[in-house]
Design a protein around this ligand. Structure first.
Ligand code: NAD
Length: 297
């Protein structure tokens, strides 16, 4: 069993930290918001007063924060993870961030004799609660082997995909496929609805064929039922596609479909829809056609 520092107890981090406690690990937790900290302390974790304190006694320090700038902030400065982390300990950043930032953090860790893995997740809050997340990891194989038992307490699929940054490249690839799938589904269902068809009948007709997908099965019923309760929020998917475009630019790769969907997500955020489920991408396409995807009345 490991001594683990856990920083960032939000929608994802809180259930992930609980699962580590359930698996018998010792936890020292920290968040800038007191509410979730108190809940974890009640569940048996020790409370740290800063990122530095959470890192100071830990063999493994996990961060689960919104985006790259938040992770850089948590690492740096007199109260940061790197001021406290012991030589030979492992920092595992599980946030979804730009892979070039992961590589920068890996280099800063190496300067302090600290190992680094980037290990973003897929699956959302329900899978974080059930400890069945898909975890995509970047880093050295021997460090992955040390951290893998801890990661397995939070996920059912744990895969090393390459060196530092590779976990986030894999996560961005995942997010591109999901976003473009939702947008394509939106165009298809808007067309079918304008043609006078029942979108539910169309969905049932195609779901067993080549166009069928996990995304279609999860999101088409939400759109047809006009239920945009998150799930995965539009603002987080906008952040992921922005990171995909930034990473792509640094590698001189053009991602035309990703760019188009990222612009749709940005427009939806400006309309006040940032906290809707990402299936709400469809509402952007609906507005251009002046029609809603729903059962004919
Ligand atoms: P969240 O906003 O609910 O939680 C982030 C937590 O980090 C908050 O409690 C916040 O107070 C804390 N925090 C921010 N800055 C901090 C700092 N400097 N020090 C300590 N604590 C700090 O976000 P979330 O939904 O838990 O997502 C976390 C990451 O996981 C994101 O990168 C997200 O894209 C990714 N992710 C989310 C989902 C999902 O469905 N929510 C699914 C897969 C991946």
């Amino acid at each position: 069993m490991s001594q683990i520092g856990f920083i960032g107890l939000g929608i994802m981090g809180k259930p992930m930290a609980r699962n580590l406690l359930k698996a018998g690990h010792s936890l020292v937790v920290y968040d800038i918001v007191p509410g979730p900290l108190a809940e974890l302390v009640e569940a048996g974790a020790a409370r740290a007063g800063s990122c530095r304190e959470a890192a100071a006694l830990a063999e493994i320090v996990i961060t689960m924060l919104p985006d790259g700038p938040d992770v850089e902030l948590a690492m740096a400065g007199a109260d940061g993870v790197l001021a406290g982390a012991r030589s030979g300990s492992i920092v595992v950043d599980m946030s979804s961030i730009n892979p070039t930032v992961s590589q920068k953090i890996a280099a800063a860790c190496a300067e302090k004799g600290v190992e680094f893995l980037d290990a973003p997740v897929s699956g959302g809050e329900p899978k974080a609660i059930d400890a069945t997340l898909a975890i995509m990891v970047g880093g050295k194989p021997q460090i992955f082997a040390k951290a893998e038992p801890v990661l397995r307490a939070m996920g059912s699929s744990v895969t090393l995909t390459g060196p530092a940054g590779a976990g986030n490249v894999t996560k961005l690839a995942n997010q591109i496929m999901v976003a473009c799938n939702i947008a394509a589904m939106g165009e298809a269902l808007v067309l079918a609805t304008r043609a006078g068809l029942d979108p539910e009948v169309v969905f049932n007709a195609v779901k067993g064929g080549l166009a069928g997908s996990t995304v279609l099965n999860a999101k088409a019923p939400m759109v047809i039922g006009r239920n945009f309760k998150p799930g995965f929020r539009i603002r987080l998917h906008q952040k992921d596609l922005r990171n995909a475009l930034l990473a792509a630019e640094s590698m001189k790769v053009s991602l035309p479909f990703t760019a188009a969907v990222q612009q749709m997500l940005m427009a939806l955020m400006n309309e006040g829809k940032g906290d809707l489920d990402h299936s709400g991408i469809v509402t952007f396409i609906e507005r251009m056609a002046g029609i809603e995807v729903k059962k004919p009345s």
